[in-house]
Design a protein around this ligand. Structure first.
Ligand SMILES: [Fe+2]
Length: 375
């Protein structure tokens, strides 16, 4: 049943079938006109120069059914689907409906950890989508049945996208060896950390593939950084806000590299939701905050560090040859228990993929019957 939107001075009021009324600004409606003159039908990009839109643009008339049809005062016609309007609502509620909703977890995830076989991933788009959905929601998934040879991890990552290179190159091998240039290549315990925090664009997804593992010890540990940050915010809001507002130096140095940046330990989105947790004790440079913040920073850093090391938050497991951990390096921290390199070989190969490329792949897989969300 078509209804007539109420035309106000700067906005029109639409009534949804459930009775709810929303106000939409004329400038926003005009800017988002999907007609082929305003938006390129193949490139899906805006042709309309929105710097030139009259800020006082107004409709001559409007009607609303499955489409909101507007005739503007200059005669231009806009027709937007109700589904598109619903999917693209602005304001906090609209943003909340579109943002990722991480499923927070603790050590009890060990009862039923997100796992998927390579066979299922390769069975078609449905399998691939289930894998990526697990990684999006839980921040990680263990892929089983990956061939135990060097290079297989690159092929697995390439099912999502191209590799995100870092100063470690396209891939890295984790084998205990003498004269290590990085602590990962030793057999000592590694506390929970985010990889490569020293880079502004830190790696998105990390892949760690177990090729050979006969050594004693060396369990893998994953920790949900968002759950840890949630606990810090609940227990010590002032410390949480300090780590989310000040920037500290992170750096990586070797004979050929000096990659450094100032970063926040906890990164929030514009609405205050956790977006990234960047913690790596070994890469923290000489903190150069203002003097009155030095002690509060170390206090907050230690309290947060202890939450991240709380066994209640740790998912601890032993990797088997053929397993590949795939985790969101911006959310899930990884650690490794000490192992004895004399009891047998331990060989992992790792690589990274950009988080944007991972999410893009998943959104495209979800796109079926969802074309109204485009733009
Ligand atoms: Fe690491």
């Amino acid at each position: 049943m078509p209804t007539t939107p109420t035309l106000g001075d700067r906005t029109l009021a639409l009534q949804w079938p459930d009775g709810e009324t929303i106000d939409l600004h004329y400038i926003w409606l005009r800017d988002n006109c999907p007609c082929p003159e305003c938006k390129h039908p193949d490139a899906w990009e805006r042709l309309l120069d929105n710097v030139e839109i009259d800020l006082d643009v107004k409709p001559e008339s409007a009607s609303f059914d499955e489409f909101l049809d507007i005739t503007w005062q200059d005669g231009h016609k806009t027709s937007m689907s109700a589904a598109w309007l619903q999917a693209n609502r602005y304001g906090r509620e609209g943003r909340d409906s579109r943002r990722e909703k991480p499923v927070l977890w603790t050590s009890s995830i060990a009862k039923d950890p997100p796992r998927i076989s390579l066979g299922e991933i390769d069975s078609g788009d449905k399998g691939l989508r289930r894998w990526l959905t697990l990684v999006r929601d839980y921040g990680f998934a263990i892929v089983t049945g990956v061939p135990t040879r060097v290079g297989a991890v690159i092929e697995l990552a390439n099912r999502i996208a191209h590799i995100q290179e870092t100063h470690f190159g396209r891939e890295f091998q984790v084998i205990s060896k003498p004269d290590p240039e990085n602590l990962a290549f030793t057999s000592v315990k590694l506390t929970a950390h985010t990889d490569v925090v020293n880079r502004r664009n830190l790696p998105g997804l990390q892949f760690l593939h177990c090729i050979e593992f006969e050594a004693e010890g060396g369990d893998s540990i994953l920790v949900d950084g968002f759950e840890a940050a949630r606990r810090l915010r609940e227990q010590h809001p002032d410390m949480h806000d300090l780590l989310a507002s000040v920037e500290v130096p992170y750096l990586f140095l070797d004979n050929g590299h000096d990659v450094r940046n100032h970063q926040r330990v906890i990164v929030l989105d514009g609405d205050g939701n956790h977006e990234e947790v960047r913690v790596h004790s070994a890469l923290l440079g000489a903190v150069d905050l203002d003097p009155e913040l030095i002690e509060p920073f170390y206090q907050a850093w230690q309290v947060f560090g202890n939450i991240l090391r709380d066994p209640e938050l740790e998912y601890e497991f032993k990797m088997e040859p053929g397993d590949c951990q795939v985790f969101d390096n911006r959310r899930v921290l990884h650690a490794r228990a000490e192992f004895d390199p004399n009891t047998g070989p331990r060989h992992l190969q790792g690589t990274y993929v950009e988080r944007d490329d991972f999410m893009s792949k998943l959104r495209v897989l979800e796109r079926v019957n969802n074309e109204f969300r485009l733009s």
